[in-house]
Write a new protein. Structure first.
Length: 458
C-alpha cells in the first residue's frame, strides 16, 4: 500500500485505522495533544481504546467508509489490509492516506526528537529514557510501542523540547525520520519477509543512524557484533555503551537483585555509581544503560538518573507481573524472537522458581524462518507448552510452521502441544504447583491464558 506524502500544511482532522494498536493509540494521543480532531476505528475494544474514548476521541467499532467523516487524512499501519474499506474510501474521495510513520514524523517537527531503534528492547528503552527525562524536569513527549506502566499509557504529551519515539524497523518506515539523536540497542535476524537478508537489515539501521541531525549524536551498544561492524560508516558523533571495556559507558557486575538487577556504571576507570533496577535480566540492564548513557551525555546528573530508574515500574507485556494464586506467580512477556526468549527465560529462571512456559509463535513467516533457533530457545524452561501460530495479518502458505516447531522441540525435550488458549489455561490448572512461575510468552494474544487461569483460581 502506498502512502501519500505529508503536506507541509497543518492537518486538523485525522482518522486512524486500527487505532487500538499500541503504536497507533500512542499516535492518536499525541495528535490530540497537538490540537488535532482525532477519530479512529478498530475491530475490537481494549484498554487503549477505552482510554482514548475517555479523552474525547471517537472510536468506531469495525471498519466502514462512513467512519471517515470530515477527516483530512487517514492513517494506517502495516498491519492494515490494503482492501480495508476506510482506506479504499479515502483514496476514492481524494483524502490523503498516510502511513503511521508519516504522522509520527509530523509529530517530531518542532521537537528535539530522539529515536530508539533496534531489534530488541526499543519499547523498554523508550519508557526508561522518558521516565528519566520527566524526573529531570524536561517534561518530554513520548510515542512508544507498548504501555509504560508508570506513565499510564504508550504516549506522553509533554511541553518540553524532547520527543522520545520508538522507531520500528519492521517495514523500513523508520528511514523517514530525521531525529536530533538516536539510540541503537542491537541488530538481529528478524523481519526477513520484508528485508530478505541480515545484510539488508544491518544496512537499514546504518541508514537510520546517518539520518540523525548533523549536530546530534548516536548512542550505540558496543556489545552487538553487527553494530560494531557499522560504526566506522556512521557519520555522526557516537557514544557507546555495553559490558565491553572499550565502551564509553560500561555496566559492570550485573547481578540479580530480587525480581530486579543491580550493576555499577563506569566511564573508563571511573565508577559513576550503582543502579538498582526493578526489572530483571542482563538485557534490561543494557536497556537501562542505554538510557543512562544518553541522559549523562545531555547533562542530567547521575543521582536523578538513578532515582528515576529505581522508580521505573516496567512495561506492559515485558516481563509483566499479572497476578498470583496459590503462590503461583503469572508473568506475561512479549518475547517472540529466539534472542528475546533466551534472555527472558535466563532472567526469570534466576529467581529460583520452577518455570512453566506457554509459548505462542508469532507469524507463519517468522516461525518458518527461525524454526531451528526457536526450537533451541527453551533450555531454561522447566515445563513447556506450545500454542498454534498467531497469524497476525498473514495467511499460511504451505505446511504448518507451528506443527513443525512442535516436532523440532519434541526431538530435544518434553513439551505439550495445545490447540487453544483455553486448553492452555486448563493445562496450567492441572500442572502448576505452589511456588511455580508461570510465563505466558509471545507477541500475540497468549496473555489471555494467564488471565483465564487466574480467573479459574478465584
Amino acid at each position: 500500500m502506498q502512502a501519500a506524502r505529508i503536506s507541509e500544511n497543518r492537518i486538523d482532522r485525522v482518522h486512524l485505522v486500527g487505532i487500538g494498536g499500541s503504536g497507533m493509540s500512542a499516535l492518536a494521543g499525541l495528535a490530540l495533544s497537538r490540537g488535532m480532531e482525532v477519530s479512529g476505528s478498530d475491530i475490537r475494544s481494549n484498554k487503549a481504546v477505552k482510554r482514548l474514548t475517555g479523552q474525547g476521541i471517537r472510536v468506531f467499532a469495525g471498519h466502514s467508509a462512513s467512519n471517515l467523516g470530515a477527516a483530512e487524512a487517514v492513517v494506517f499501519s502495516s498491519a492494515v489490509s490494503p482492501d480495508n474499506p476506510e482506506i479504499l474510501a479515502a483514496k476514492k474521495n481524494g483524502i490523503p492516506v498516510l502511513h503511521r510513520s508519516d504522522l509520527l514524523a509530523l509529530m517530531m517537527k518542532g521537537k528535539s526528537s530522539i529515536t530508539v531503534a533496534g531489534s530488541h528492547g526499543k519499547s523498554t528503552v523508550t519508557g526508561m529514557l522518558t521516565t528519566i527525562l520527566a524526573a529531570a524536569g524536561e517534561d518530554p513527549s513520548m510515542a512508544a510501542g507498548a504501555e509504560v506502566t508508570g506513565l499510564g499509557g504508550g504516549y506522553r504529551a509533554g511541553k518540553g523540547r524532547f520527543l522520545v519515539a520508538e522507531a520500528d524497523e519492521s517495514d523500513g518506515s523508520f528511514l523517514k525520520y530525521h531525529p536530533f539523536a538516536g539510540i541503537l540497542t542491537n541488530i538481529d535476524t528478524d523481519h526477513l519477509n520484508n528485508y530478505g537478508s541480515i545484510e539488508k537489515i544491518v544496512n537499514s539501521f546504518l541508514l537510520h543512524l546517518n539520518s540523525i541531525s548533523g549536530d546530534g549524536f548516536a548512542v550505540c551498544c558496543l556489545d552487538d557484533v553487527y553494530i560494531r561492524e557499522i560504526l566506522g560508516s556512521v557519520h555522526r558523533k557516537i557514544v557507546t555503551y555495553g559490558t565491553s571495556e572499550e565502551a564509553d559507558y560500561i555496566a559492570d557486575g550485573i547481578t540479580p537483585q530480587g525480581f530486579g538487577s543491580s550493576f555499577i556504571v563506569r566511564q573508563g576507570n571511573e565508577e559513576i555509581g550503582r543502579i538498582l533496577l526493578p526489572v530483571p535480566g542482563n538485557m534490561n540492564a543494557l536497556n537501562a544503560l542505554a538510557a543512562v548513557a544518553f541522559s549523562l551525555r545531555i547533562g542530567i546528573d547521575f543521582a536523578t538518573v538513578r532515582e528515576a530508574l529505581e522508580s521505573f515500574q516496567g512495561m506492559e507485556r515485558r516481563m509483566e507481573f499479572k497476578g498470583s494464586a496459590d503462590d503461583i506467580r503469572i508473568i506475561d512477556d512479549y518475547a517472540h524472537h529466539p534472542t528475546e526468549i533466551k534472555a527472558s527465560l535466563q532472567a526469570l529462571s534466576s529467581l529460583g522458581r520452577r518455570t512453566v512456559v506457554v509459548f505462542q509463535p508469532h507469524r507463519y513467516s517468522r516461525t518458518e524462518a527461525l524454526l531451528h533457533d526457536l526450537a533451541e530457545s527453551f533450555q531454561d524452561a522447566d515445563l513447556l507448552a506450545l500454542l498454534p501460530v498467531y497469524a497476525a495479518d498473514e495467511k499460511n502458505g504451505s505446511g504448518n510452521p507451528g506443527e513443525k516447531l512442535a516436532f523440532e522441540i519434541s526431538r530435544k525435550r518434553e513439551m505439550k502441544y495445545l490447540a487453544s488458549i483455553e486448553d492452555a489455561a486448563e493445562y496450567l490448572d492441572s500442572i502448576a504447583l505452589p511456588g511455580d512461575l508461570v510465563i505466558t510468552m509471545g507477541a500475540g494474544d497468549v496473555w489471555k491464558t494467564g488471565e483465564i487461569f487466574l480467573e479459574k483460581k478465584k
